[in-house]
Design a protein around this ligand. Structure first.
Ligand code: NI
Length: 212
């Protein structure tokens, strides 16, 4: 840069609403999300930040609890490719209307359980209703990875993790890694990096009071 050149001002942008993806066993991952009452600019920003985080971490889905928000929203792109916008789903207050097809067991992972992969049984086809960013009701029939990812994300919104759905054998195989994450969480709490349960619950109540 030339010594007398004008420093470009940073692009105008709102401060980030979302800090990070929380990890097992953070209590917000066990909290049942509340349906949202409205869509506004702040919610759009939260969703944009969730998509950004999901792509940055090479995920195919991300639920609001995973970014420490007690709201019933998830984002998903089964291709994991930010360029494939037509494969991007933003689902507000999603509900599974029906499960069709058979059941299939396939390996899953989760951005909140880094390094843990295990087979989970899921329906191969589901019908989902939700609201989109325009506040309109939408309905999707999903199959394959999209159906699996949506079931995984809706579980998150209900406070359920994929490790809750493992066979005894599969759970035993990941037990050591779960204990490591639990140990890491306790250390982070001791260091003051994670608030205590009462503070977390108070934050849920205040965020829910605003939007649910
Ligand atoms: Ni997950």
């Amino acid at each position: 840069m030339e010594p007398n050149s004008v420093q470009p001002s940073p692009a105008a942008s709102s401060p980030k609403l979302i800090r990070q993806i929380i990890q097992y066993p953070h209590p917000t991952l066990r909290h049942r999300s509340k349906p949202l009452r409205r869509v506004d600019g702040e919610l759009r920003q939260m969703i944009a930040e969730m998509l950004e985080l999901m792509y940055a971490r090479d995920g195919v889905g991300l639920a609001a609890n995973q970014v420490d928000l007690p709201y019933r929203i998830f984002v998903m792109n089964p291709t994991g490719d930010p360029a494939q916008k037509d494969q991007e789903f933003i689902l507000i207050n999603p509900e599974i209307l029906s499960r069709r097809g058979g059941v299939e067991e396939k390996e899953e992972g989760c951005l909140s359980l880094p390094g843990i992969y295990a087979p989970v049984r899921r329906s191969t086809k589901i019908v989902l209703i939700a609201y989109n960013l325009q506040g309109q009701q939408v309905q999707y029939e999903l199959e394959g990875l999209a159906a699996r990812a949506a079931q995984h994300e809706i579980d998150h919104l209900d406070g359920v993790l994929f490790i809750d759905r493992l066979s005894e054998t599969a759970l035993a195989a990941v037990r050591e890694k779960l204990l490591e994450l639990e140990q890491e969480f306790r250390t982070n709490r001791r260091l003051g990096l994670v608030p205590d349960d009462r503070q977390i619950a108070a934050r849920w109540a205040s965020l829910e009071g605003l939007r649910t």
